[in-house]
Design a protein around this ligand. Structure first.
Ligand code: ADP
Length: 334
């Protein structure tokens, strides 16, 4: 599961770095987001101003970090990278902010997981390029205002719904990342195969593209697993036959659903009669964190038409029952 989940394992970062698109022109898909970003960038550059703060929202592996880095490079700016969970204490953020030089991009991944005091410090920094550093404790504590260099904050979140209003309002622009179309994923896969030196046939690319949950990170990962299979069990060329055989070994099903996806649908159908069931109950039933189900699993299941979110809870759709090879109860779907 870990291996094929859209989250990144630590050993993978190096390979991902080599496959990361560096320029906006190399970044496949997301035409709307690309267009919006271009306008924000060129507008600010034309006026000689620091570009507005940008928030990228969407499931893991869709290119949020890549876009943040591209944005910095298009601005010829340095990028400082941190994440919400790393900013536990406001002092951590204050140190980061006061080290910025004019024009820098500050990237905060998982910004929805930032602790509240740090978040409050960020408001002033985003608005006025200022921080208030509190010195001392109790009644003797004083706050010292500190100017910081003009910068652009780029936030990424898999959960824009749990961002507080005040934080969300301070971004000039929120880009909502969409799942990719198979044709776009094919392009990602061909590009990666070129970089990694993988012999890839068009039908092999196509097979991976339609079974990677609409996610470039998973496409790249599957490409590497399929390449292993091609080299060990075949002549090294990734064909549709090789891709199918390899994906079977890795438990990726016909629609590209992985084990966790199927566990969620299976529990919904078998243990809860198709729902509706609350997300916390469902999470306990599959033995997975609720946040993983909400941020990783569900967005794709919803998009694939397998799961519906209703006010009363999660519901398996007719397509889900069919995909599982099960017959829904007579009273299903209301
Ligand atoms: P996120 O920050 O949304 O989790 P990343 O930006 O880290 O996603 O993307 C993960 C990997 O997927 C990147 O290293 C890159 O190889 C690939 N990738 C993502 N989006 C694209 C894209 N639009 N074009 C090409 N490759 C992409």
């Amino acid at each position: 599961q870990e291996e094929l989940s859209p989250h990144q394992s630590s050993g993978e970062q190096e390979i991902e770095a080599s496959l990361r698109p560096r320029k906006l022109a190399d970044f496949v898909g997301q035409p709307r987001v690309r267009e919006q970003l271009k306008l924000v960038l060129h507008g600010a550059l034309g006026r000689g101003e620091q570009p507005d703060h940008v928030l990228f929202a969407g499931p893991p592996g869709l290119g949020k970090t890549s876009l943040a880095m591209i944005l910095a490079s298009e601005l010829s700016a340095s990028i400082r990278v941190t994440s919400g969970p790393a900013l536990e204490r406001p002092g951590d953020l204050a140190a980061m902010l006061s080290n910025l030089t004019a024009g820098d991009v500050l990237f905060i991944d998982e910004i929805h997981r930032m602790a509240r005091p740090a978040e409050e410090m960020l408001y002033l920094a985003m608005e006025d390029y200022r921080v208030d550093v509190v010195v001392g404790k109790g009644p003797g504590a004083t706050s010292i205002p500190l100017d910081i260099a003009p910068f652009t904050l780029v936030g990424a979140t898999t959960r824009s719904g749990s961002l507080t209003g005040p934080l969300r309002d301070r971004f000039g622009f929120t880009a909502n990342m969409e799942f990719y179309e198979p044709s776009e994923l094919g392009e990602v896969i061909r590009r990666s195969a070129g970089i990694l030196g993988v012999r890839l046939r068009e039908d092999g690319a196509h097979e991976i593209a339609r079974r990677c949950r609409g996610t470039p990170r998973i496409a790249n990962r599957l490409l590497r697993r399929v390449r292993d299979y091609a080299e060990v069990r075949s002549d090294g060329t990734v064909t549709v036959e090789v891709a199918r055989a390899a994906l079977e070994v890795y438990d990726v099903d016909e629609l590209g659903l992985d084990r966790l996806d199927r566990a969620v649908l299976g529990a919904l159908a078998r243990s809860f009669n198709g729902g509706p069931v609350g997300i916390s109950t469902l999470a306990v039933a599959v033995g997975e964190e609720q946040s993983t189900i909400e941020e990783v699993c569900e967005p794709y299941l919803v998009r694939a038409g397998m799961l519906a979110r209703t006010p009363r809870g999660r519901v398996a759709t007719a397509a889900a029952w069919q995909h599982l090879g099960l017959v829904p109860p007579a009273n299903a779907f209301g």
